[in-house]
Ligand binder design. Sequence first.
Ligand code: FES
Length: 107
Amino acid sequence: MAKITYQHPNGTVTVVDVEAPNTVMRGAKLNNVEGIEAQCGGSAQCGTCHVYIDPANTLPLPAMDDVEDDVLYGTACERSEFSRLSCQLPVSDAIDGLLVHLPEAQS
Ligand code: FES
């Protein structure tokens, strides 16, 4: 279980507890967190689960693979060095306390 915080573009935050083996994307969908569309259902194809990892993050996240890297070039909001696909971020105790920022738009 990990506590994940989703910060919306207007500054409000939604904090939810997410069980493994879900992803950060699935945690948002299961808890009705607005701002993540996830049109492809988590197969790293649509880019509508784009999030920005908080710049101060020190929690261990998996390395980005080539597929995720390619999809992040096609997201609705500009990619940054903190961009990730939330469907490619598995939830575990190791990322308890993760803060992600949601983009202004997903599509
Ligand atoms: S849900 Fe489609 S890329 Fe993540």
